[in-house]
Design a protein around this ligand. Structure first.
Ligand code: SF4
Length: 154
């Protein structure tokens, strides 16, 4: 319903920064398994689904991917497109759908603060965090713990 907002990535990265700042003071109350966790998850599911087609992976990298959800790629690719992007920029799995990574690249070009993060290598997604709150995980650095056996310099 609010997907059009993704076409304003510069505005969205400002909102991301603002949200991050506003949540810091209440960080102690926003804990995994805390009383407020259910409300935060509910808010994320409603809000981020409407704007980003969020799949609740629990490890949000939106600001590093042009405010485009990489989990909405049919292959869940988090480090750029596969080799099957069509000549018109659409997906090889769903031909009528624009490649998530084409959108991510174009939107990242309009993001002065986080646009450069598009080329950062993302660790494999931790499926154990699926359905949890990405905000809470970020506030407590849970989303930056890499799956066992994965090293950034490998
Ligand atoms: S990266 Fe994860 S948390 Fe962020 S919008 Fe996509 S599915 Fe949701």
């Amino acid at each position: 319903m609010f997907r059009f907002l993704q076409n304003y990535p510069h505005l969205l990265e400002k909102m991301f920064d603002l949200s991050h700042r506003l949540l810091q003071p209440i960080r102690p109350w926003l804990k995994p398994n805390g009383r407020l966790e259910g409300i935060v998850i509910w808010g994320e599911e409603i809000g981020k689904k409407a704007v980003f087609d969020c799949r609740m992976c629990g490890q949000c990298i939106l600001h590093s991917t042009g405010m485009t959800c990489s989990m909405s790629c049919p292959k869940n690719l988090r480090n750029g497109p596969c080799g099957g992007v069509r000549i018109n920029g659409n997906c090889e799995v769903i031909p009528e759908m624009r490649c998530v990574w084409v959108d991510a690249y174009e939107r990242s070009q309009q993001m002065p603060t986080y646009g450069h993060e598009l080329i950062q290598i993302q660790p494999p997604v931790n499926r154990q965090l699926k359905g949890t709150s990405a905000w809470i995980n970020m506030l407590h650095d849970i989303d930056t713990v890499n799956p066992k056996g994965w090293r950034i310099d490998d």
